[in-house]
Design a protein around this ligand. Sequence first.
Ligand code: SRM
Ligand code: SF4
Length: 555
Amino acid sequence: MEPEVDETPVEAIKRESAQLRGTLAEELSSSTANVSHDAEQLLKFHGVYSQDDRDVRRERSLAKEALEFIFMLRVAIPGGRLTAAQWLALDTIADEVADGSIRLTTRQAVQFHGIGKRGLRPLVQALDRNLMTSFAACGDVVRNVVACPDLTLHDPEGRLARMVDHLAVAFRPKTQAYWELFVNGEPAVAAPVVEEQPYFGDNYLPRKFKIAIAHPNDNCVDVFAQDLGLIPAVHPELGEGFSVVVGGGLGRNYANEDTFARLADPLTFATDDEVDGVIAAVLSTYHDLGLRNDRRRARLKYLVADSGYDAFRVEVETRYGSPLRPPLTGWVPTAAADHLGWSTLGDGTLQLGVRIGAGRIRDFDGGPQLRTAFRRLAQELKVHFAITAQQDLVVAGVPVDQRHFVDSLLLELGITAVDQLGPVERQALACVALPTCGQALAEAERRLPETVDLLEKTLQTSGVSGRSLQLRMTGCPNGCARPAVAEVGLVGRTKTGYDLFLGGGPRGDRLATLFKEKVKIDDVPELLQPLLEKWTSEGEAGEAFGDYLHRAGLL
Ligand code: SRM
Ligand code: SF4
């Protein structure tokens, strides 16, 4: 089949892949360390990224040696919820086929890094045995469904927890390719055997599509950064349902000035029974009308922005088949909880949110023994877990009489108690960036600790006390740690230069403003100090830094 005029090469690869199979069966079994370019594109749909260790890329190239090929595998974990058995399986995988770490992501998923090609199938099989999957964790499909942990942990069998699990399954592609390629081990057959959803067709979506369910009082999931967000709401006549917002996304690209971060717009109110239909109508609109000739502008937000909100809404309505209700008015997020520390669950047991720096769980040499801690808790207390959208981990179901045991264990294993966390450290996020991310222009995760220290010192010298400051850092403008809605966002631009964004905020309802380009990390204190001093002397009680900067017209 000839590619359509102007479409990107990835479109033809998808369409001709026989439902995401392509040459993967042969390539996964071959003796080479890497896979072909086309296979790389298809692997993403199965949750796998082909990468190389960028720390040794230059020396390998200079020595004319092959790159250090490695793979990253992302496990899609709806709402971030895991049983103790699932956690223990992830812990085993980290040692057996990955680099010894479990990396929690900003979308409540888990990533394994540094996997050899031969490790991929055993890894997926271990996931499958424990009812987990990497399928559709990446690729041009509906990604991991994110949800505020309070919605699911307080009522694990309740309406909202069930909705998270339902959406994760309902909007996953139907192809059996993943099962054949990775789990069953049989060579994949060439012909599609199941009919895909019409909104996936044979070419799937133009790009990724992200769904999150927010708590009505807690925007910890950054619902306005999603392609489609659901906010539980009560309609005056229809009762419980969801406010649906569409068209958010935070990535930008330096090579294309016409790319931008965008917050989602209210679309409609949908009852529980109507949610699937509304999502399907949005997906169908996106599938048919989203750009397929430029992957940098192929996200839903550009379709909404380019066609205009009203025209987009009419299109969705037509596909939905009946009038969409007007969105409910009046919902504004009041805060975003970090879910750290102790609290009591609906069943009387306790939960403890533990801060994980940049989501990296490992036993650090001379530092916190995070993997050991969570392994022991899973083994000894049979707790369950929830990953937060802040890359942290909530240990749930702790019997009340075991609180002291848990506190002592974490202390013994060098894990900082929540009340000892600094005001920047507590909520700072960083993306993975170097050495694995192929798109990174600068460091993020590895420079987070020093950046946090620097900002905490700056808060002190500026006389700010008792207030927190939200820092988010990424190695490039794709924005994986959501710096575009942060109070302080550092976005990698050159090897050591970052664009400094200011003025977002914990509620996630306002985009940050570019304050200065190509700033060195060491220069950030000098830029921030005058603003922080003004904030502490002129800001109102309880006023967040980002809110103050806006009110005072400093951006
Ligand atoms: Fe992301 C691409 C990591 C959340 C926007 N993201 C990548 C890749 C796969 C790099 C690549 O394409 O080669 C990164 C893997 C690096 C590595 O070595 O592990 C990567 N993104 C991450 C994670 C792991 C960041 C983290 O440190 O936690 C997050 C995984 C989420 C998950 O579990 O599914 C992650 N990425 C996000 C978010 C935040 C969110 O969704 O809440 C965003 C901004 C929101 C958005 O989508 O607009 C985000 N990632 C991107 C983009 C820009 C997409 C765009 O169209 O604008 C890319 C680039 C791309 O897709 O080509 C990207
Ligand atoms: Fe990589 Fe850029 Fe995402 Fe960071 S923001 S993980 S550097 S793609």
